[in-house]
Design a protein. Structure first.
Length: 456
């Protein structure tokens, strides 16, 4: 049975604690409530997988102080602060200092549960990524190379580990950026050939006039200037693995040469009559299905049959969308180490944004977006790590608009009553109403004549 998300609730009012605890319990959370902030500090740590919800006004240690203490323990523990209307400036300051969110009293059960759910989902991703990286070393774990919990990526990991223990040639097919190179290297590094060379042959970039020399090597005198023998890429890979990268780009002439080598497991250096035995494993990658290329006459059917002892078909990010949050957080943390930045927090709104985006460049594009996010280099409405302040401003603006709208409704559209009640000048009220698109006439209830001194 899946464990309930954990909530630590701090409020010095027993009625509030009971009310919030019941609401969260009904929403499926495991709640522990406390009257003081000091009571929860010993329960927090890097492995804590829940959320802290606390009132700002608490005895001895208030919510703002508690927020600072929690961030000192682990800055990625979500802290949701509950505020009264008069505490709005504190809420703004709290968001700037790292609070996950704030709620205004009295917090409704549905809103409380919604915010708690988002926060616990965020924390679960943080803890899950930490466990993934700390449980095993980066060179010892297939999960650290191909991250994700979707059924598609779990199947790929299983297939890689199964085929790695054999000497079967492997074909890896997937769109650009899906991780074909990573999968190919994993096949090699989890095999008995791991201590031997892993040689990459760029099939699209091989110079046609030097293909045989590049791959098979040459003997002395094979061509003008060949004054010494040279090993080719295949011989450099002896007892190891050869990656035929983007083999769909190979010319038909090169395909014929590769077919002979793969069939015979032997090659003949240019200018030599002697065949050289070749103990290598071949892994080929293609961004297009080779069956389609065979049907179009661009790829040899016999070479396809030789290569696809096992075919791994890597899914796009769209096909494993549930893995996107964990991948993005992993890439942000990797970038943080690379660039020495440890002051950036991935917000829940960012997680929501990236999960619902299309990523035509797949994992590679997501990795680049994570680096830009960390460095604050978003372009064309791209993700920017500093955009949480913008969202905060929007949130505060929405709150301010709702306060003014509520006052207009309560006063039957009377501007004088509103600016006196809110303690602002008439000019300020007019400016804010114009900013938020508020028309007092929309809030007036036509139940009788207006007082003669009513302002327009």
């Amino acid at each position: 049975m899946k464990p309930q998300p954990s909530i630590l609730l701090v409020d010095d009012e027993p009625e509030i604690r009971t009310s919030y605890s019941q609401a969260l319990d009904l929403a499926g959370f495991a709640v522990r409530s406390f009257p003081t902030a000091e009571s929860v500090l010993d329960l927090l740590g890097h492995e804590f997988d829940g959320v802290l919800i606390a009132d700002i006004r608490l005895p001895r240690m208030d919510g703002m102080t508690l927020l600072g203490r929690v961030r000192a323990i682990d800055p990625e523990i979500p802290v949701v602060l509950v505020t009264g209307h008069a505490d709005l400036p504190f809420a703004v300051r709290a968001m700037r200092e790292g609070a996950y969110d704030f709620l205004e009293k009295p917090a409704g059960a549905q809103l409380l549960a919604t915010v708690a759910r988002r926060a616990t989902d965020f924390r679960r991703l943080v803890v899950e990524n930490r466990r993934l990286r700390s449980a095993v070393g980066p060179t010892d774990s297939i999960e650290s190379r191909l991250t994700g919990r979707s059924s598609r990526i779990e199947e790929i990991r299983y297939q890689i580990m199964a085929v790695a223990r054999t000497d079967t040639d492997v074909l890896i097919v997937g769109e650009t950026g899906t991780g074909k190179g990573v999968a190919a290297r994993a096949v090699h590094e989890f095999s008995d050939r791991a201590a031997r060379p892993f040689v990459i042959v760029d099939c699209a970039g091989l110079p046609s006039e030097r293909v045989e020399s590049e791959l098979f090597g040459h003997a002395v005198g094979a061509f003008p200037g060949a004054t010494r023998p040279r090993y080719g890429k295949f011989e450099h890979a002896r007892s190891g693995t050869v990656l035929l990268d983007e083999i769909s780009s190979a010319s038909l002439d090169l395909q014929a040469k590769l077919l002979r080598v793969i069939e015979d497991r032997a090659m003949t250096p240019l200018g030599s009559d002697e065949k050289v035995p070749l103990d290598v494993r071949f892994v080929a990658t293609s961004k297009v299905p080779l069956e389609r290329e065979v049907a179009a006459g661009r790829f040899r059917a016999d070479l396809l049959y030789r290569l696809n002892g096992l075919t791994l078909r890597l899914p796009t990010l769209a096909e494993r969308r549930e893995d996107i949050p964990a991948l993005f957080m992993q890439f942000v943390e990797e970038a943080a180490i690379r660039y020495g930045r440890h002051d950036v927090r991935v917000t829940q709104s960012t997680i929501s944004d990236i999960t619902h985006r299309d990523w035509p460049g797949n994992v590679r594009e997501l990795r680049n977006a994570a680096s830009r996010y960390l460095l604050g280099l978003g372009q064309d409405h791209d993700l920017v790590a500093g955009d949480s302040s913008t969202r905060l401003a929007d949130r505060v603006a929405d709150f301010e608009r709702s306060i003014i709208a509520g006052a207009l409704l309560a006063s039957n559209g009377s501007l004088k009553t509103v600016y006196e009640t809110l303690g602002v000048s008439r000019k300020t009220l007019y400016e804010k109403m114009q900013k938020y698109g508020l028309d007092r006439h929309e809030f007036a209830i036509e139940s009788g004549p207006k007082p003669p001194n009513e302002e327009n």
